[in-house]
Design a protein around this ligand. Structure first.
Ligand SMILES: CC(C)(COP(=O)(O)OP(=O)(O)OC[C@H]1O[C@@H](n2cnc3c(N)ncnc32)[C@H](O)[C@@H]1OP(=O)(O)O)[C@@H](O)C(=O)NCCC(=O)NCCS
Length: 207
């Protein structure tokens, strides 16, 4: 059985370790990696940190364990093509059999993905995220805890949803959008990379 390692040594990485323990995979974790330029030799949650240049894709599968979608995208583009990324679904999450979850995605405890949902690669659904029927989540989409996505939503690659935000049905969100905590999204969020806040969610002025 191949070993597991995490790319990331911060708070979300420790939460992913907790998820792996709950999945009965805690003893397969061999290392926590970080990029060579910021690496310092230390022990995090009982596991030695390593610079990513020591990662060997032939022996180890890698979990991208950071919360920012753009950081995960950058990490993946810097890793060897043959790297394998496990898909992690907490035993207390529920995903209907008609839905699919892409490679490297992480679905945390308490999340529910209902029917005919397509979730891309390297998506993170944090604790208690709800995804309604027929929604499509692009690669690297990320939710904070308790996000509620209604049915038939289209979430662009790299979009991020803050804690307790919610989306009306049939809403489209452009790539790399950030939705603030508690935002109520009632219509399309069309500006790629835009930050939207409030109820109803509006584009936040820059600066
Ligand atoms: C929306 C967000 C990205 C803005 O971050 P930022 O650009 O650093 O914003 P600031 O903290 O400088 O605040 C700027 C203004 O926006 C307001 N603001 C910030 N977040 C807000 C939110 N979610 N809803 C309403 N207003 C918000 C602030 O009160 C401030 O208003 P002011 O200019 O009148 O004083 C951030 O506040 C947010 O909600 N992030 C999600 C956090 C999250 O869910 N974390 C979970 C981790 S697991």
């Amino acid at each position: 059985m191949r070993k597991l390692a995490l790319y990331g040594c911060g708070g979300f990485a420790r939460e992913v370790l907790m998820l792996l323990e709950d999945m009965g995979l805690g003893d397969r974790v061999a290392a926590l990696y970080e990029s060579d330029d910021i690496w310092t030799e230390r022990v995090v949650a009982g596991i030695a940190t390593q610079p990513i240049s020591r990662f060997d894709p032939a022996t180890t599968e890698l979990v991208l364990a950071v919360g920012t979608p753009q950081a995960r995208r950058k990490m993946r583009s810097s890793l060897p093509k043959q790297t394998r990324y496990p898909t992690l679904v907490h035993p207390d999450a529920r995903i209907h059999r008609s839905s699919s979850v892409g490679e490297g995605s992480i679905v945390c405890a308490g999340s529910i993905v209902t029917c005919d949902v397509i979730i891309g690669q390297q998506v993170n659904l944090n604790l208690a995220t709800i995804v309604g029927h027929d929604s499509r989540l692009g690669d690297f989409v990320t939710t904070a805890p308790s996000v509620n996505i209604s049915g038939n939503c289209l979430l662009g690659a790299g979009s991020y949803f803050g804690t307790n935000s919610c989306l009306r049905e049939k809403v489209s969100v452009a790539a790399d959008v950030i939705v603030g905590m508690g935002a109520v999204v009632v219509g399309d969020l069309a500006e790629a990379g835009g930050v939207y806040i409030g109820n109803p969610a509006r584009l936040k002025p820059i600066g």
